[in-house]
Design a protein around this ligand. Structure first.
Ligand SMILES: Nc1ncnc2c1ncn2[C@@H]1O[C@H](COP(=O)(O)OP(=O)(O)O)[C@@H](O)[C@H]1O
Ligand SMILES: [Mg+2]
Length: 327
């Protein structure tokens, strides 16, 4: 991996609920290198969005970073102060969300909203901002830009709106783009176009990408490396081919079995029995213990460490620790 742009060091993020604190992210440690494409996958409620919001400094008011730190380009960010990383956020790291409609102002033409970002982040005068906004709109594959510039969000289709969001995220020339379920709300064909666009932007601009999705099928289209999250923990991390061909963690195995494929056509899709435990309902042992078919005694009492194993994987599972049967 090239030198790390972003590094999370044993990050813990907790919610205050009814006078108690509940950790939602624990021992979160990973890095994203320059130009790298890293995916985060896991079912709903695993902590994917909280991870991206932590990096963006956009955590909900009831949540806080309770341990660990975030390092940007080798510099530890002051995550406790509201302005601790305002220099980085939005300019060096930008984000696109699942629902562009809620991120855009319905009362302002879309082109102008992009131009306003150029004024804020680049400090350029309005005319120049408009020119740059139109350039980025072309970069993301939009056409008839003169007219589109003055359109309001409701006049655009979902796919066009997501392209507008990507243009807006790119306007500051970020080194890292965080995309949280950017195609989940779109039709399958539009989804494929947006994924292609993101891949192409990574190649042409060198912007690194942290791509979040509940769908491993989407992640494998865009990313070189995958982080699998479960109940606030990283449970496995590996290059995408290694995850697809040799998944290690029982949760990753389950996710792969539930992926549709040509050879499973006509058969019912596998589902992992049970669900991600709520924050207030997480026990002492392995977070996946309640749903795991390979459970042993230690899994109920002790959270496994995230350990490197052969094949470029890191895995958090007692099956792969000393004494585990699959060592
Ligand atoms: N504002 C909130 N208040 C309380 N709990 C929350 C809040 N936002 C998220 N959570 C909880 O934190 C956990 C992780 O949520 P999230 O990061 O949104 O998951 P994902 O994006 O993987 O679906 C879940 O258990 C969720 O219920
Ligand atoms: Mg989410």
């Amino acid at each position: 991996m090239a030198s790390a742009l972003l590094e999370l060091r044993d990050l813990e993020v907790s919610f205050a609920i009814g006078g108690r604190t509940y950790p939602a992210l624990q021992q979160l440690a990973f890095a994203v290198g320059e130009r790298e494409t890293v995916g985060i996958v896991g079912e709903s409620g695993c902590g994917k969005s909280l991870t991206s919001l932590s990096v963006m400094g956009l955590l909900p008011e009831t949540a806080a970073i309770t341990k660990g730190g975030i390092v940007w380009n080798g510099k530890l960010l002051d995550t406790q102060s509201p302005n601790g990383w305002s220099e980085v956020r939005g300019r060096r790291v930008s984000m696109i969300f699942q629902n562009p409609m809620s991120a855009l102002n319905p009362l302002i033409p879309v082109g102008k909203q992009i131009a306003e970002m150029a004024v804020i982040h680049l400090g350029v005068p309005k005319r120049e901002a408009k020119r740059l906004a139109m350039e980025r709109m072309a970069d993301v594959g939009l056409s008839r830009i003169e007219r589109l510039y003055d359109d309001y969000p409701h006049q655009l289709s979902g796919g066009m709106m997501q392209r507008i969001m990507i243009a807006m995220a790119l306007i500051s020339g970020p080194q890292l783009l965080i995309a949280d379920e950017p195609t989940t709300a779109l039709d399958v064909t539009i989804q494929a176009q947006i994924l292609e666009l993101l891949k192409e932007l990574n190649r042409s601009t060198g912007t690194a990408m942290l791509f979040i999705s509940h769908d491993l099928g989407v992640i494998r289209e865009v990313c070189r490396r995958v982080i699998v999250m479960y109940a606030g923990y990283i449970v496995e991390e590996a290059p995408v081919e290694a995850i697809l061909e040799r998944p290690k963690h029982p949760y990753t195995v389950g996710l792969l079995q539930s992926l549709p494929s040509a050879d499973k056509r006509g058969q019912p899709l596998h589902t992992i029995p049970g669900r991600v435990p709520a924050l207030t309902d997480r026990g002492a042992g392995c977070p996946f213990a309640g749903r795991c078919a390979s459970i042993s005694e230690i899994c109920r009492t002790t959270v496994p460490e995230l350990k490197p194993i052969a094949g470029g994987h890191r895995v958090r599972c007692h099956l792969y620790t000393d004494g585990g049967k699959e060592q």
